[in-house]
Design a protein around this ligand. Structure first.
Ligand code: ZN
Length: 172
């Protein structure tokens, strides 16, 4: 979410135009979009939701960014401003995928649908689907409580990105 705010802001600065306020919630929304499948997993109490969701279409960078450019690219023939949104959307999605490939996570299928492997950027690692399945088998609701309601390093870093983003947007 914080990443989306930063991206909208930086693009505004890069092309030096006034950023309408509604751009920010849209940027935040776009950067969270891939995790929509997570809500589904929690509702269905799937085990290992945190990583299981990462194998569905919202976490296929090639498919998502490809679709984005296809839809906005064609529409931009009529509404040229949409090119800017394709750019913002790409960066927000990329920010999300990179964030999911860092730290304590299990990576995402960067090359899906061609390859089923999960790739981590840092620490660099490649996992098979089965390895990902076996790594995190706790109940999805337990996982939510563990991830969001305890000050884990991940929760702290997410919160600091978010507040850092608010601060940046406000000051600069
Ligand atoms: Zn994600």
């Amino acid at each position: 979410m914080g990443i989306g705010l930063i991206i909208v802001h930086l693009i505004g600065k890069a092309f030096s135009y006034e950023i309408p306020f509604y751009f920010y919630p849209i940027g935040a929304f776009l950067s969270l979009l891939p995790d929509v499948d997570f809500i589904w997993a929690v509702l269905k109490r799937e085990t290992g939701a945190g990583h299981r969701t990462h194998r569905r279409i919202p976490h296929y960078p090639i498919v998502m960014i490809g679709l984005l450019w296809l839809v906005l690219g064609i529409s931009s023939i009529f509404w040229p401003i949409l090119v800017r949104w394709a750019l913002i959307g790409t960066l927000c999605l990329l920010g999300h995928y990179i964030h999911d490939s860092l730290g304590l996570k299990l990576g995402i299928p960067w090359l899906a649908p061609w390859k089923d492997m999960f790739f981590m950027i840092w620490p660099p690692a490649v996992l098979t689907k089965e390895e990902v399945d076996n790594k995190n088998l706790i109940d999805s609701r337990e996982w939510v409580v563990k991830t969001f309601l305890h000050p884990t390093p991940e929760a702290v870093s997410n919160a600091s990105i978010f507040f850092g983003a608010l601060f940046l947007v406000w000051l600069w």
